[in-house]
Write a protein of this length. Structure first.
Length: 115
């Protein structure tokens, strides 16, 4: 006996930008709070850039065109990230900078993201 359940994608209806995370309101009433540091492009963005989002694919995704970042609602629900930005790292002009402490010296490492 086979059973076929109809798949209905989970859709976002709104995005709210806050200080340390963004919130995604889903059409079923749930709200997800996602830290910016899950997505390096969002972690280094200015407030103006963060506020310039739009829903895509009928609410199945969120796009920040200025930042070249598209996230799916399914990916957010599954906890997928683009690689958490480590503490002591920041994003600036298409490069990730990370501080490391070797002996008593603090070093800043530049990681190019356009290779």
């Amino acid at each position: 006996m086979s059973s076929s359940a109809e798949y209905k994608p989970i859709k976002a209806t709104q995005v709210r930008i806050a200080a340390e995370r963004f919130y995604v309101l889903l059409e079923d009433g749930r709200e997800l709070g996602i830290p910016y540091d899950w997505y390096w492009r969002l972690a280094g963005a200015r407030l103006e850039e963060l506020n310039n989002w739009r829903l895509i694919a009928g609410g199945q995704g969120i796009s920040w065109e200025d930042l070249d970042e598209d996230l799916s609602v399914l990916g957010l629900l599954e906890g997928r990230s683009s690689g958490k930005t480590k503490k002591g790292c920041f994003y600036q002009q298409e490069s990730l900078f990370c501080k490391s402490k070797q002996s008593s010296l603090e070093t800043l490492h530049r990681i190019s993201l356009n290779a």
